[in-house]
Design a protein around this ligand. Structure first.
Ligand SMILES: Cc1cc2nc3c(=O)[nH]c(=O)nc-3n(C[C@H](O)[C@H](O)[C@H](O)COP(=O)(O)OP(=O)(O)OC[C@H]3O[C@@H](n4cnc5c(N)ncnc54)[C@H](O)[C@@H]3O)c2cc1C
Length: 484
């Protein structure tokens, strides 16, 4: 039995939409420049692969768009035939929201052009690019766009949810560096949204996810980032409470050109790590310093005074840091995660963290605390849809393993850990670190901005065509769409 035939089949139970006969499909196919895949076609199963190996979805049609015209045709076809519609950027979403069962999946993976304007310090990025594409193009000019920590993640999903990573404290969220988007709306129109044109839409896409249309092009401000002084420092897990207490005081007071996310981890048995540490459970901080190199030693001195068991901090090209974790987290792993925003790291919360870190169930399971202070705090909570700008950390608890047999175990650990820590959190969580957690959680995450997001949704997508996401429901949402 091949891996393909072992994969669970569609779970919706409705099967392929009845109206999709060859006759009805041919005029649509003829309008496309890209490829259209149906179940059974060569390449169909590959087009259904998601980053999270735990999730399997099987659309009736996958349209690998070649250009914006293909995106428009696909949106119109799905709307007119009342098909379930999903939009796939990099396919990294933990909940598998890039695909749907039985309906039409717009696949943007061939739209990956990146064009840097070094004079204007802007970057134009097509809607299906991944961050490795952007890092490669911008680094040639000593520039970078703030993004996440894994280079294979899609620009589309990460940006639309907010975007946090190694450059957050200094340059803000990814959305704080977004200048404009081209969006194919539910009615098939293409509009540009920026501070002047469709400002309501521009506000909403900066944190509101894929709720408002298909973004075919992003225009970013690029930041001067070239060689960074970066890497991990690791300490034995027995020292985790001490290191966390130190970190919670040190980082908020550190200059904004120093970023450092806290992590629990199991040291991979890889040559980059001393053999004595292989498979040891440890805690650490992954640093990224973008300031004056002459000041780096003084800045890192307090951390070094804590005598880390491993000090991997060194100068490196920014794209190298961006790819440092790609090998540890290849596509296809079993993946379950939960998230919360954190205002304060109290002693009690730290004690609970350490308890669960001692029970890390697999090598790739982890907990990260991403700083969301510094430049993030200089943008008001109502200035963009991303609301939680008054917290210090975005916490994500991740149960990961390569083996489907261990999926239940890593999931149970992540859920129990998250349940134990949730009472110490600020309320909502980062939408891009959520699975399928329901409307209450989505509303808690957008807080006061939720009502305005619903207004924008009413204006641009009143029938909720774009609902395979952390959904903002329009007021007049129709009952679940029935394929015909
Ligand atoms: C290993 C890993 C590491 C990560 N690290 C970080 C990190 O450091 N920082 C961070 O902020 N996040 C991080 N994330 C979370 C990531 O931001 C989300 O998983 C995000 O949804 C991925 O975007 P994607 O385009 O790859 O996903 P997809 O699965 O393709 O899409 C996710 C959602 O976005 C929508 N979407 C995607 N592209 C478009 C588009 N062009 N137009 C309209 N809608 C679109 C989809 O419809 C779907 O609802 C990480 C995820 C993984 C798996």
């Amino acid at each position: 039995m091949t891996a393909e035939t072992q994969r669970p089949r569609p779970t919706s139970g409705t099967g392929p939409p009845a109206g999709l006969t060859p006759d009805s499909l041919e005029p649509f196919r003829a309008r496309l420049r890209g490829r259209l895949f149906q179940p059974g076609d060569a390449g169909y199963e590959e087009a259904c692969q998601l980053y999270n190996g735990m999730i399997h979805k099987h659309p009736a049609l996958v349209v690998r768009c070649a250009d914006v015209a293909d995106v428009i045709a696909s949106v119109n076809f799905a709307r007119e035939r009342k098909l379930e519609l999903s939009v796939r950027g990099g396919g990294h979403n933990g909940g598998g929201l890039g695909l749907c069962d039985d309906g039409l999946a717009i696949d943007l993976s061939n739209l990956r052009d990146v064009r840097v304007d070094p004079e204007a310090r802007t970057v134009r990025v097509a809607g299906g690019a991944v961050w490795a594409d952007v890092d490669h193009a911008t680094h040639a000019f000593g520039l970078a766009v703030p993004s996440g920590i894994i280079s294979t993640t899609g620009v589309g999903g990460l940006t639309l949810g907010g975007g946090m990573g190694h450059l957050t404290r200094r340059f803000g969220l990814t959305v704080d560096n977004l200048l404009a988007v081209d969006v194919v709306l539910a009615d098939g129109r293409l509009v540009t949204a920026n501070a002047q044109k469709h400002p309501d839409l521009f506000w909403a896409v900066r944190g509101g996810g894929g709720n408002f249309g298909v973004v075919t092009s992003f225009l970013f401000r690029a930041c001067p980032v070239d060689t960074v002084i970066a890497g991990p420092m690791l300490w034995p897990l027995e020292r985790a409470a001490e290191v966390m207490r130190w970190y919670r005081e040190f980082l908020p007071a550190a200059p904004e050109d120093l970023n450092g996310f806290f992590a629990f981890m199991t040291v991979p048995p890889a040559p980059a790590f001393p053999e004595a540490l292989h498979l040891e459970k440890m805690c650490g901080v992954v640093w990224c310093y973008t300031g004056d190199p002459a000041k780096a030693d003084a800045l890192f001195a307090p951390a070094r005074a804590l005598a880390p068991a491993l000090d991997g901090v060194q100068p490196m090209p920014f794209p190298l840091l961006q790819t440092a974790f790609d090998g540890l987290y290849p596509p296809g792993l079993q993946w379950y995660w939960r998230a919360d925003f954190v205002r304060e790291l109290g002693d009690e919360a730290i004690a609970r963290h350490v308890e669960f870190a001692e029970r890390l169930p697999s090598m790739q399971s982890t907990m990260h605390l991403y700083p969301v202070d510094g430049a993030v705090h200089r943008v008001g909570p109502k200035d963009t849809a991303f609301s939680y700008r008054d917290v210090r950390w975005s916490e994500v608890i991740v149960g990961v393993d390569a083996s489907p047999e261990r999926a239940a175990e890593v999931t149970a650990w992540a859920k129990a850990y998250s349940d134990a820590l949730h009472p110490y959190s600020a309320g909502g969580g980062y939408v891009n670190f959520m699975m399928e957690e329901g409307q209450e959680r989505v509303q808690a995450t957008y807080r006061d901005n939720h009502a305005r997001l619903v207004e924008v949704k009413n204006r641009y997508d009143p029938t909720n065509l774009f609902h395979v996401n952390q959904n903002i429901r329009p007021d007049a949402q129709k009952p679940p769409r029935v394929a015909h």
